[in-house]
Design a protein around this ligand. Structure first.
Ligand code: ATP
Length: 368
């Protein structure tokens, strides 16, 4: 399911040249972005990058200084928040403490004056969806944090919005519960077919749940792509560095047949990398290599990109070990080995003089 690759699909949401200024500070800077029906879309970026402001404009809590936001082709500017077919779930959940789980979920439907049996049926359906049938009569303080989060989700979905906005929805949960809840969220999103837009600063969370991710920096979109595209093919040093672990090596590039050769340290062989970029000889380049693509050897292998170094740090994480290897010029490269039972890989120790190796296809060449 990849509607963004199908030119006949119309986006559910379209941002056109959207800017938001607070005084002379630009929080969101001229953003164009399409989000499609049934997507689970993540806005990802560090604190202050403007992701919440972008979401609040979608909900109608903020007005763009410039530009247009379309929902289903309709300009949202004159439409107040409560008349938009969107709903927002906040980090604090904002449940009513004196109401039961059932009445919390029913709240919005009752306020709309829906018939009683219709409300009853919808609330039961929502309780089933989030698997809280047994807890329907409890008050929010009588259930766990994860369950409260599910009540908030059920309440947000009860009115069947076209679009659900989730602002750091799992921020209050501990790591383990957070990971479980990510899968529940994905499951619920798929079952209801509602478009979800989530704001998060947690890159693992965005990569886990989202069909596409927008990486933001200082009010701008740096890259919008699927999680594998963002990880394997970041379009900038910023994105490569923000997502996952990476080593960035800087140098001067020149074309060398099919690949680019990058001189990165005096007296060292150049790093050879395939790239679709069109760089002129002599320009600065950055090679980004993920740690799991870097192999460590005691014997020098016959290959491109075989660099001499010394192991200076080892981190044992159970399922994998990470190594920091110091190369020429003090450049540090990270390598990662999975600790599988049948792993035939050697284990290394501090101060080992080793060869590290990655192939011409294992790194990404970036412009500054
Ligand atoms: P966080 O993860 O910390 O919430 P964010 O990426 O969601 O960060 P925003 O809340 O969108 O960032 O804020 C972007 C910038 O705009 C910040 O520098 C913030 O201080 C500023 N900002 C947000 N709202 C206002 C406001 N009402 N008045 C003035 N400045 C604001």
């Amino acid at each position: 399911f990849a509607p963004w690759t199908d030119p006949t699909q119309k986006p559910l949401i379209r941002f056109q040249g959207v800017t938001k200024r607070f005084g002379d500070f630009t929080a969101v800077d001229n953003i164009d972005l399409d989000i499609y029906t049934r997507e689970f879309f993540a806005l990802l970026g560090p604190s202050g990058c403007g992701k919440t402001t972008l979401m609040r404009m979608l909900a109608g809590f903020e007005t763009p200084t410039e530009g247009t936001i379309l929902l289903d082709g309709q300009d949202m500017a004159p439409v107040p928040p409560n008349k938009r077919s969107t709903n927002m779930m906040f980090q604090s959940y904002a449940l009513f403490p004196h109401l039961s789980v059932r009445d919390n979920i029913a709240f919005g439907l009752k306020r709309e004056g829906k018939p009683k049996d219709e409300i009853h049926a919808r609330v039961e359906e929502m309780l089933r969806l989030v698997q809280l049938q047994k807890f329907a009569a409890r008050k929010p303080h009588q259930i766990s944090g994860g369950q409260r989060q599910r009540v908030a989700l059920a309440r947000s979905l009860a009115k069947a919005p076209k679009l659900l906005l989730l602002d750091e929805p799992l921020g209050a949960l501990d790591k383990k519960l957070r990971e479980e809840t990510q899968f529940e969220l994905m499951d619920i999103q798929e079952k209801t077919g509602t478009t979800f837009v989530i704001v998060t600063h947690d890159q693992e969370e965005a990569m886990t749940v989202a069909s596409r991710v927008a990486v933001m920096d200082a009010g701008q979109l740096k890259q919008v792509a699927t999680p594998p595209q963002i990880y394997e093919n970041p379009n900038s040093v910023y994105v490569a560095d923000f997502i996952g672990e990476v080593t960035i090596i800087e140098g001067t590039v020149r074309k060398d047949g099919e690949v680019y050769a990058m001189d990165w340290a005096e007296g060292q062989p150049p790093i050879r990398i395939r790239s679709a970029l069109d760089l002129t000889d002599g320009s600065r380049g950055y090679v980004a290599v993920r740690p799991e693509k870097v192999e460590i050897h005691m014997q020098k292998p016959e290959d491109d990109n075989v660099l001499r170094g010394k192991i200076i740090d080892i981190g044992y994480l159970g399922n994998l070990s990470t190594y920091h290897v110091e190369l020429a010029n003090g450049q540090i490269i990270r390598a990662q080995n999975f600790n599988t039972e049948r792993s035939t890989r050697q284990t290394f120790t501090w101060e080992d003089e080793v060869w590290v190796n990655f192939t011409t296809a294992c790194g990404v060449l970036l412009e500054s």
